[in-house]
Design a protein around this ligand. Structure first.
Ligand code: SF4
Length: 344
């Protein structure tokens, strides 16, 4: 059964193929995912990012999972955009704790043009500390994406959230196409993309397969693929959703690794409720990136010490800054898959 030893970069996955991966016996699925992981990465290394909410709450959108939506009563206090000095202080702390990438998140439907110079200043200053920069600010126009790129932004996060078929059950204030348009602007500006979704929102396995199929069939695989496990927050419409089987979460990670073998697959929201053993299974399934050390936007995240202890127990180490990895990955991709165009 375990014959697959080669994992090309593909953009033509069918739903049936992805569902068939989900259906594999778990040990077989983990074996294949671990092989795919080793084809492109050193499996001992895990990329470490820190995420800071630079503008919290008060968002006009209605994402059914999100405590920052103004319309839900979740106790999140809305705040204004942080000052650059305060952001820089957090970035210095993140770097001292071992993070190599610093992500700045703002609860906006989309930034106003007048917000861009201030965010651009933050990006320039954080970059000057020697950190990679990432931002998640909502929908972007082409010119806004270009301005952020010129400020030195490395990555832009914009998730698809869920299968396009299920999207309308979760979000009503913008369309899947809006998200795809922003991702196109981000790619066109030369930014690296960070794009994934959330599982455990009541979607079916077929719909989880649909999310991963859509991500893998984008014009370029996202450089980072965050796979979030729903954090149920009282006051949001998704509070009370039936919890996803942890093994199904591991399967989702493994299928993401096989479909997008050269991308960083990131354990994101929901990691604080995962046991060390479940996280270890996720690393075996090909996860190779985490957020740590800072509150994950408005939900909890394991503290730095617990993560460092887990890395020590599992024999894992933080991945060095991305430039070296990017070179290695592109060399590997070029060698193994000559002739296949892949921007990731
Ligand atoms: S997920 Fe983002 S866009 Fe949606 S409500 Fe929350 S902050 Fe707003």
């Amino acid at each position: 059964m375990s014959e697959v030893t080669h994992f090309p970069i593909r953009h033509d996955w069918t739903r049936a193929e992805v569902e068939a991966l989900f259906e594999l016996p778990l040990p077989e699925l983990l074996f294949r995912a671990a092989c795919a992981h080793r084809q492109y990465f050193d499996p001992r290394q895990v990329q470490v990012s820190t995420l800071l909410s630079i503008k919290t709450g008060g968002c006009p959108e209605d994402c059914g999972y999100c405590p920052q939506a103004a319309r839900y009563h979740t106790g999140v206090q809305a705040s204004k955009l942080m000052d650059t000095d305060a952001v820089l202080e957090k970035a210095r702390q993140a770097k001292a704790a071992g993070a190599t990438r610093f992500c700045m998140g703002a609860a906006w439907r989309s930034p106003k043009d007048r917000d861009i110079p201030k965010v651009a200043e933050m990006i320039r200053e954080v970059k000057a500390l020697g950190l990679e920069t990432c931002a998640t600010l909502g929908m972007l126009t082409a010119s806004q994406a270009q301005a952020l790129k010129e400020a030195g932004l490395d990555y832009y996060n914009h998730n698809l959230d869920t299968d396009p078929e299920y999207y309308g059950s979760i979000i009503h204030t913008r369309e899947v196409q809006d998200r795809l348009d922003t991702l196109a602007h981000v790619r066109d500006a030369g930014l690296k993309t960070c794009c994934g979704g959330i599982v455990g929102m009541g979607e079916s396995r077929r719909q989880r397969a649909g999310l991963l199929q859509t991500l893998a069939n984008l014009p370029a695989h996202p450089d980072s693929v965050p796979i979030n496990r729903l954090v149920q927050v009282e006051g949001t419409p998704l509070h009370g959703t039936v919890e996803l089987d942890p093994f199904e979460f591991v399967r989702t990670i493994a299928v993401a690794r096989i479909l997008m073998p050269a991308s960083m697959v990131r354990l994101s929201a929901g990691r604080d409720t995962m046991s060390d053993e479940l996280q270890a299974l996720c690393f075996l399934a090909g996860a190779n990136s985490i957020f740590y050390g800072e509150k994950l936007l408005t939900t909890g995240n394991p503290d730095t010490e617990r993560d460092q202890a887990l890395f020590a127990r599992l024999g894992l180490q933080p991945m060095p800054v991305a430039e070296a990895m990017d070179d290695r990955i592109s060399a590997c991709t070029t060698t193994v898959h000559a002739g296949i165009t892949e921007a990731a």
